[in-house]
Design a protein around this ligand. Structure first.
Ligand SMILES: [Zn+2]
Length: 201
């Protein structure tokens, strides 16, 4: 099952795919105990923590799950490991975070939990190593900061690129998707992608 911890602050939403192997998709900023309390209350063990990209509002909470294996796209993984400026750590903290990435993933890799096969779709535009996770049979997409219910991710941060973003959205539009679990805001649909392309390009 999927647990959705929607954020009401600048921190990202946090999703947990509870299965034989339990995967957290983004960890939020880690400034409140909400996520750790939730995980404890439900008796979950986070085996894999996927960071959809390197920004601090998605990776800050990684520090609260030191036993989880961190997965990130190969183009953003070095930033997570070195705490580069690209992670935007200065938006909320006075020093960077550095986390060891257990596995660098790329387009086409599949993270299997048992019942869910989460396929990595490389969706750059917000950052060069931004990725989405697609579950074809369940028609769900974890989109990170590529596309939101109402809008798309900013393209003016380091390695952001409008042309990449447009291509990523066009790519997502070809997939059979019913539900989009986005990095911020509410849950979207395929119309969110259509709207993003119409309004921003
Ligand atoms: Zn971001």
């Amino acid at each position: 099952m999927i647990h959705q911890l929607m954020s009401y602050t600048m921190a990202s939403n946090v999703f947990i795919v509870e299965d034989d192997s339990t995967v957290m998709v983004d960890a939020g900023m880690g400034l409140s105990r909400r996520v750790t309390d939730y995980v404890k209350e439900k008796g979950l063990t986070i085996d894999i923590l996927v960071n959809t990209h390197c920004h601090v509002d998605h990776i800050g909470g990684d520090r609260l799950f030191p036993d989880a294996r961190i997965y990130a796209h190969e183009l953003d993984a070095p930033d997570i490991e070195t705490g580069s400026q690209k992670t935007l750590w200065h938006f909320g903290f006075d020093k960077p975070f550095k986390f060891p990435v257990f596995k660098r993933v790329r387009e086409g890799d599949v993270i299997s939990t048992g019942d869910y096969n989460l396929k990595v779709i490389h969706t750059p535009g917000h950052t060069e190593g931004s990725m989405s996770l697609y579950e074809k049979d369940k028609k769900i997409l974890f989109s990170g900061d590529c596309v939101f219910d109402m809008g798309i991710g900013r393209m003016d941060f380091p390695t952001g690129n409008p042309e990449d973003m447009k291509r990523s959205l066009e790519r997502l539009l070809t997939l059979d998707i019913e539900t989009i679990y986005a990095g911020h805001g509410g849950t979207g649909t395929k119309d969110s992608i259509r709207m993003g392309l119409e309004f921003f390009f």
